[in-house]
Ligand binder design. Structure first.
Ligand code: ADP
Length: 570
């Protein structure tokens, strides 16, 4: 990396410097050459004109003498040519051996009366010359400057120029290396910083001092890293607070991914299962209870809150499980220990059952003696008989109450073993209708059976008998104006819903949500008068729940009531 940036910058510098040097050398040399050429030509013309004057006016010296003198002074080859082109004198060669020069371009120009110039290889001497010829009276004088000398001058100048350029190139190169090295070092610091940040070290800084673009980039990156570090710190702080909060809870909290891997668990979980939760390991390593796992799976699948009660989840302890979907697809589960609540509930149920049980014998005894007394003739017909009847009635009521309390305690505890098997729905309805026929006749109410699906349901027939008996006897008791009770069933996916409908006065809507609670009665006096205990619907609800079904009621004042309960299909 370092070498690449450095070498690229270097290569660019060298190319730029070399191109600049070559361009400089080329253009300067050309200008210089042409200017030198012009100067020499001008000087030759001046010398030639001076010499032409001398040739015209000097009558003392021979032409050859003058030519040789001039040649020495001006360091040129000097030639004097007659009007017809015949060479009269020449400083370098014997004029007699020289051919006619009238055809030479510079001579031809001078013969026409103007100055002429030409560059050419001399036939006589074999060297390249710059020729300048001017008219001189009837003759022409010509000065020839050997260009080899000019070239030597030029080469010397060029050498100096090239040496200067080489020094400049060297200097530029050193400067370029320094600049490239500096840029490369600063870029390396930025790269190192980026690597540190990528490795999670947000405290890394470049700390550039320069104000150029690289410095600006470095400062912007430092600012970004500082912001990230601050945000990260505040996120970590919130996370620690949340962890402290969750760890202080007595409820177990565990978050799992969509693949059922542990994302996080609080310390309560560790205390519960006597095992530390390993992040990323399957949740089944920690808790294997089927109810717990099925609640998690249900929440993952439905993306909705799911809850369940799991008995003996850890050891002999029971827990309520609430699984809430997480925004990123996982689930967070709260495990609340309900063993203590269950224990208290059980104590309460046992107490009620025991009390009811204990009351049975004295109540039977009271009722028995009251009846015996009523049967005897000794008591006559006065107040005593009436009192005895009140005693018997109340003893009977208390008997019913204790019976219902015992049943309720049994069904609420779920301890009662249900004999669940498939029963055709119509059979359950037919049995219920026939067993209640007698009571219906007494109440002068007709029991009719609606349409019943073919399906079979999973139920304990004895418990179902109790459910139907409670609902139908309520319908007979409270719907005396209706004169008709309709029982039937409807098929649903996975379940069959039975109903008992009456056409009596109905129930006001404010009572409906609480109607299945124990001892809840819409009209207490009326219930008591008709022999009600306030426990019938509570018993119905618990029996149906124990079957895995549900109960509900639809009613409106003046339009009768319909009680529904569903049972799973076989
Ligand atoms: P109870 O022994 O008092 O009948 P239940 O639990 O069976 O106790 O019923 C609770 C209350 O619900 C009753 O007191 C009565 O007010 C009301 N109720 C039950 N069934 C009907 C019905 N079919 N029509 C009107 N009210 C009803």
């Amino acid at each position: 990396m370092r070498n690449r940036v450095f070498l690229k910058a270097m290569a660019a510098f060298v190319v730029v410097i070399a191109v600049a040097t070559l361009t400089l050398d080329f253009s300067i040399r050309r200008t210089w050459e042409s200017s030198l050429h012009n100067d020499i030509e001008k000087l030759l013309v001046q010398n030639a004109e001076g010499f032409a004057l001398r040739v015209q006016n000097d009558h003392e010296h021979s032409l050859q003498q003058m030519a040789e003198e001039e040649s020495k002074i001006t360091e040129t080859r000097t030639t004097i040519i007659a009007r017809d082109g015949v060479v009269l004198a020449d400083s370098e060669a014997d004029p007699k051996t020289m051919e006619n020069h009238a055809g030479r371009p510079e001579v031809a120009a001078a013969l026409k009366g103007t100055k002429g110039a030409a560059t050419r290889l001399s036939h006589t001497v074999g060297v390249e010359f710059l020729y300048v010829a001017v008219p001189s009276g009837g003759k022409v004088v010509r000065l020839a400057y050997p260009l080899a000398t000019f070239q030597q001058h030029l080469d010397a100048i060029r050498g100096t120029l090239l040496r200067g350029t080489a020094w400049a190139l060297l200097f530029a190169l050193v400067l370029a290396i320094a600049v490239a090295q500096n840029v490369s070092t600063r870029l390396r610091r930025i790269v190192k910083f980026a690597e540190q940040v990528a490795a999670g070290d947000l405290s890394a800084r470049i700390a550039a001092r320069s104000g150029d673009e690289i410095g600006q980039v470095a400062r912007a990156l430092d600012k970004t890293a500082r912001r990230l570090e601050e945000n990260f710190a505040s996120v970590r702080e919130s996370r620690l607070q949340l962890e402290a909060l969750l760890n202080s809870m007595t409820d177990g909290v565990i978050a799992v991914s969509p693949e059922m891997k542990i994302l996080w668990a609080n310390q309560a979980i560790t205390r519960m299962v006597h095992q530390t939760a390993r992040i990323g390991s399957p949740v089944t390593e920690l808790i294997r209870h089927p109810d717990f796992l099925s609640t998690l799976r249900a929440a993952l699948a439905s993306r909705q809150r799911e809850s369940a009660i799991a008995a003996s989840l850890v050891g002999r302890r029971s827990f309520s499980i609430t699984a809430e979907p997480l925004p990123d697809g996982g689930v967070v589960t709260v495990l609340h220990d309900i063993s203590e609540i269950e224990r208290v509930e059980k104590t309460r149920r046992d107490f009620i059952a025991n009390v009811s049980h204990e009351l049975r014998t004295p109540l039977t005894s009271i009722r028995g003696y009251a009846e015996t007394l009523l049967d005897s003739d000794d008591i006559g017909h006065g107040d005593v008989r009436e009192f005895l009847q009140v005693i018997r009635r109340n003893a009977e009521r208390m008997g019913r109450l204790t019976e219902d309390l015992l049943v309720l305690a049994r069904v609420e505890s779920g301890e009662e073993k249900l004999d669940i098997r498939p029963h055709p729905a119509h059979q359950l309805v037919a049995e219920a209708a026939s067993s209640m026929q007698e009571s219906a006749k007494t109440a002068e109410v007709e029991i009719s059976v609606g349409t019943i699906p073919e399906a079979e349901v999973l139920a304990d027939s004895y418990a179902m008998h109790q459910v139907f008996a409670n609902l139908i006897s309520n319908a007979l008791r409270y719907a005396e104006g209706g004169k008709k009770v309709l029982i039937g069933a409807e098929e649903h996916p996975g379940s069959v819903e039975f109903y008992v409908q009456d056409f009596g006065p109905g129930i006001a809507s404010e009572h409906l949500p609480r109607i299945f609670e124990r001892f809840y009665r819409v009209d207490k006096a009326r219930s008591r008068e008709s022999g009600g205990t306030g426990l019938g619907l509570a018993i119905v609800k618990h029996i149906v729940l124990n079957h895995g079904g549900t109960v509900r009621v639809e009613s409106s004042v003046g339009h009768g009531s319909t009680f529904f309960f569903s049972l799973p299909k076989a």
